[in-house]
Design a protein around this ligand. Structure first.
Ligand code: NDP
Ligand code: MG
Length: 399
């Protein structure tokens, strides 16, 4: 909290993305409570320039050096420092004026700033689930030294808030809800020829492209199971997934006495973002008001784990532990990018991940370098698997 203004300083990593832009809407809704300290993106200098002029942060950074040079030119004379390269994420994460660091980067590029923010004792509002999946053991190690995490992922935010005031020994299980994505109800053979456009048409949430594809394969839920394991410390056997197509119940906690606690609201990511930025306070008014009598029905169904095999791949990698989740995540990043480029059929995503995991013997993770080395191996191996499939278009939907 800034002593003079009484405002909480926030660094936003990934400010040009879906979560980052919504976080800035939250800041705009609370000008007397929040102020932007740092903004970073990968290469979108046009939008970052607009955001910088509007929010006047102390620090702006772009990972792409060429884009950063352009932004520096455009912001010259404003007094705003522009940093370039991946180090800008670390600078923003440890900025002395930042009380909260929102990590809304996509992919495991978010791991170094996650560790840096915790190392600097910050409150980390974590949207970047890939950092938890790739480096969960390292994140826990960092948390033992200092800092704290308030989850932004809506499911984990829901669980986090359901657990406030509860003791973990009273928790039976965590139940993560999944919308089921655009292909809910389809059979495996129906998925062989689905297009990028269909995969990007999410029924309930509007999000970045990578997570939208992850939601279509259900790998998003798989990553979230691993994220929940590290965040809440439960074994995988006590982290469950249920399909809830309306996305109104954001997740549940089941207690040993058989009762459940749940968090409900119409789907709007500005709520979990706002909860993470306001924590431990709650701020109104709401962005979206949920009128219970207008909700027609809330339904639940089992996940079709044969059709959406990515979920079990994630459980297996999670159970294997060590470097396995980092391999799962890296292979998924490569496969999703290939699918989005039109290089890989939809079902090829899970095949690439399975083939990569198949060849991996998990090792313990002790350092960031351990993660980065295994990711490098996994990316190369996954690229090879993509090429094998791309050179073999006669079998696009092999299962
Ligand atoms: P987007 O793709 O919309 O945005 C990603 C942001 O990260 C952009 O600002 C982008 O910059 C930046 N970025 C991309 N690559 C890098 C990199 N290598 N290094 C640094 N910055 C990078 O993603 P989302 O906002 O949808 O998702 C962000 C994270 O939040 C993901 O981990 C996702 O799983 C998680 N999440 C998202 C939800 C949602 O509703 N969108 C819900 C729950 C979790 P540029 O624009 O310049 O490319
Ligand atoms: Mg989620």
């Amino acid at each position: 909290m800034d002593k003079e203004t009484g405002k909480r300083g926030v660094s936003i990593l990934g400010s040009t993305g879906s979560i980052g832009r919504q976080a800035l809407e939250v800041v705009e809704a609370h000008p007397d409570r929040l102020r932007v300290v740092a903004l970073t993106a990968h290469s979108n200098y046009q939008l970052l320039e607009e955001q910088a002029r509007r929010f006047r942060p102390l620090f702006v950074g772009l990972v792409d050096e060429g884009a950063a040079a352009e932004l520096r030119r455009r912001l010259s004379g404003t007094g705003m420092a522009v940093s370039a390269g991946a180090e800008c994420l670390l600078e923003a994460a440890v900025h002395p004026e930042a009380e909260v660091v929102l990590n809304a980067v996509v992919g495991s590029a978010g791991l170094p700033p996650t560790l840096a923010a915790l190392g600097a004792g910050k409150r980390l509002a974590l949207a970047n689930k890939e950092s938890m999946v790739a480096g969960g053991d390292l994140v826990l190690q960092a948390l033992r030294e200092g800092g704290e995490i308030v989850p932004v992922d809506s499911e984990h935010g829901a669980v986090f808030h359901c657990l406030r005031g509860e003791e973990m020994r009273h928790v039976e299980s965590i139940v993560l809800t999944a919308s089921g994505g655009p292909f809910r109800g389809r059979r495996r053979e129906d998925l062989a020829s689905v297009t990028v456009r269909e995969a990007l048409s999410h029924p309930t949430w509007s999000m970045g492209r990578k997570i939208t594809v992850d939601s279509a394969t259900l790998m998003n839920k798989g990553l979230e199971v691993i994220e929940a394991h590290f965040l809440f410390g439960l074994p995988y056997s006590r982290i469950k997934v249920v399909v809830h197509p309306q996305s109104v119940i954001h997740s549940l906690v089941e207690f040993v006495d058989g009762s459940f606690a749940a968090q409900l609201s119409l789907p709007d990511m500005r709520l979990p973002i706002s909860l993470a930025l306001s924590y431990p306070e709650r701020w109104g008014p709401p962005f979206t008001r949920t009128v219970l009598a207008e909700l027609e029905k809330l339904t639940f169904e089992e996940v079709d784990r044969e059709t959406f095999a990515c979920l079990d791949l994630a459980y297996r990698a999670g159970e294997a532990g060590g470097t396995a989740p980092a391999v799962l995540n890296a292979a998924n990043e490569v496969a999703v990018a290939a699918f989005l480029r039109g290089r890989l059929p939809f079902l090829g995503i899970e095949e690439v991940i399975a083939a990569t995991l198949e060849e991996h013997r998990p090792r313990p993770v002790r350092t960031l370098q351990d993660v980065q080395e295994v990711e490098e191996w996994a990316r190369a191996r996954a690229e090879e698997a993509v090429e094998t499939q791309a050179g073999n278009p006669a079998e696009p939907g092999r299962s």
